[in-house]
Design a protein around this ligand. Structure first.
Ligand code: GRF
Length: 205
């Protein structure tokens, strides 16, 4: 029976886009770094999210749940909570998920929701700071370094407790695209490492 083989920690991942961080987590779960965890389900608010294709390819349940079908965001997240519960999810990872969470899901999975942000928080976070906007702001500010941050999610954008960061240099000739690429490579190292440490320190039964 399948559940006998189930790993100790079950991760639910929320996505909106390409899912390269999702892939890094899945890859790590097949290696020693995260071998006590598995991605149990991937949920996207965007039908065309490539992350869903990645999950399907790995035989991981991949759900598109359309926010437009729900009367309120709270109801939307109630549905997502049910989907996570039906798969015994222990930990939620946001991996390029662009919607703001509501208090119902934040409370339900209190201190068990992680997010990755492509800058060194607390700088360059908050509403509207996503994707290329982040890297544009970093370049405009003249910062000499940028990086990525994994943090706990609370009810303010990019605000919860910082867990781990990795830094990269900002080069004089950087564009938002070249900087984003350099940061993204580090994200793929940072997210699995932080999840592994978080599990060890907080979730081990
Ligand atoms: C990453 O840069 C992440 O930091 C941010 O959204 C992007 C998602 O990229 N939250 P991907 O979908 O994981 O490739």
């Amino acid at each position: 029976m399948n559940h006998i083989l189930a790993k100790e920690i079950r991760i639910g991942v929320l996505v909106s886009g390409s899912g390269s961080n999702l892939q890094a987590i899945i890859d790590a779960s097949k290696k020693e770094i995260l071998d006590d965890a598995e991605v149990a389900v991937v949920i996207s608010n965007k039908k065309e999210s490539f992350a869903l294709k990645r999950a399907e390819k790995e035989n991981i349940p991949a759900l598109f749940i359309d926010p437009k079908l729900f009367g309120s965001r709270t109801e939307y997240y109630e549905k997502i909570i049910r989907e996570f519960n039906s798969r015994n999810v222990d930990l939620i990872c946001l991996a390029g998920f662009l919607l703001k969470l509501e208090s119902n899901i934040i409370e339900y999975f209190k201190n068990k929701i992680l997010n990755i942000h492509p800058a060194l928080l607390p700088k360059f976070g908050g509403k509207g700071m996503y994707g290329h906007f982040v890297h544009e702001a970093v370049l405009k500010s003249g910062e000499k370094e940028s990086g990525c941050t994994v943090h706990l999610v609370d009810d303010e954008f990019d605000h919860g407790r910082i867990l781990m960061q990795r830094k990269v240099p900002v080069m004089p000739n950087d564009t938002p695209k070249t900087l984003a690429e350099r940061v993204l490579k580090e994200e793929h190292i940072l997210y699995p490492q932080t999840i592994a440490r978080f599990i060890r320190e907080n979730l081990k039964r």
